[in-house]
Ligand binder design. Structure first.
Ligand SMILES: O=C(O)CCC(=O)C(=O)O
Ligand SMILES: [Fe+2]
Length: 339
């Protein structure tokens, strides 16, 4: 049994000489640890440095600038979240962040529209950092491309057609991302929780982290450190891929430990999901893989929904109770009375 997080090179996918081994390594990495480092993702070191520098510049803006784009202004869960205002696994997280999604107009909402339609809409951009928007849009395009290539590779590795999952993201792939800053511990805040233990809700997460470390992956009952590897992204499986593969692949539990006093850690997670109106298919696995599929995990505290919009909305409502109360009171009320 390995106890290290493997490295996968996406360039090996398109190369006839390495294609078959690549698929086998990908399947094994995703099945075993559920986390891997990714190179060959098509993003240059300059682009990585550029987005990390702008992430830092964003958090160095005066508080007033950041609070002007507070997430509480946005029914689409876009914008700035102050330290301590986000919750994971019933604890307060210790990071500040800017949440971003696909830039588009809000959809018209009718009384019987599914609530997840409220998730579509514009971002909130900081007025005094105009360089940010083009850099984010470039990052979204590049990571989306890498995520789609990976999903194609996963489909093949699971014995499917290359585009077996395409109809759940085609035309309208959906994703969200954030810029995050984890401050070091202080006398006032000595908890270890940067972000509490959780699974990601989408298909795949492609995360850029700086060189500080602190990301940990649960593997066979122990926490493994996802030690930073320069130039790579860290990829993990989300709940939608767990559902599609009938639990053959598992959405991996992970967390972030707060950095030591006097330092800060920056990260840029990108969460690739699917059309919000899509339903996740159950892939028919070849017999030798189907035998090893455990079924999706059933956790009453975290139900997994095949309806993409519902699954995405579930984690948004849980992470940002203040935004939920303001714009989704009707949904919360319905869930309370149904419970
Ligand atoms: O910042 C990180 O390294 C991980 C963040 C994370 O797991 C998340 O936002 O879902
Ligand atoms: Fe996560």
């Amino acid at each position: 049994m390995t106890r290290t997080i493997p490295l996968i090179d996406l360039d090996d996918f398109e190369n006839a000489a390495t294609h078959a081994n690549f698929l086998e390594d990908l399947r094994a990495a995703a099945r075993d640890v559920g986390f891997f480092y990714l190179s060959g993702h098509g993003i240059s070191l300059e682009e990585i440095e550029e987005i990390l520098a702008l992430t830092q510049a964003f958090f160095e803006l005066p508080d007033d600038d950041k609070l002007m784009i507070d997430m509480i202004n946005s029914p689409h869960f876009r914008g700035y979240t102050r330290l301590g205002n986000e919750r994971t696994n019933a604890g307060a997280d210790w990071r500040e962040q800017l949440d971003l999604g696909i830039e588009r107009e809000a959809l018209p909402i009718a009384p019987d529209s599914p609530p997840y339609r409220r998730l579509y809409g514009p971002n909130q951009w900081p007025e005094h950092l105009p360089q940010l928007q083009p850099v984010i849009e470039n990052w979204q395009a590049k990571t989306e491309r890498a995520a789609i290539r990976l999903l194609e590779a996963f489909s093949l590795a699971l014995g499917q057609e290359r585009n077996a999952l395409a109809n759940v993201y085609c035309d309208e792939p959906n994703h969200r991302m954030k810029l995050a800053r984890y401050p070091g511990k202080t006398a006032l805040h000595s908890s270890n929780q940067g972000v509490g233990a959780h699974k990601d809700g989408g298909f795949l997460t492609l995360l850029l982290q700086d060189d500080k470390g602190g990301l940990q992956v649960e593997y066979d009952g122990v926490w493994l450190d996802a030690v930073p590897v320069p130039g790579t992204l860290v990829v993990n499986i989300g709940e939608l891929l767990e559902l599609a593969s009938n639990g053959y692949l598992r959405a991996t539990v992970h967390r972030v430990i707060a950095p030591p006093a006097g330092t800060a850690r920056y990260s840029v997670p990108f969460f690739f999901s699917a059309r919000l109106d899509a339903t996740i298919p159950l892939l028919e696995l070849p017999a030798h893989l189907a035998r090893e599929a455990r079924g999706p995990e059933s956790d009453p505290a975290n139900p997994l929904f095949r309806n993409v919009g519902e699954n995405v909305l579930k984690s948004r409502l849980r992470s940002h109770p203040d935004v939920a109360e303001r714009y989704y009171a009707d949904v919360l009320e319905k869930r309370r009375t149904a419970a």
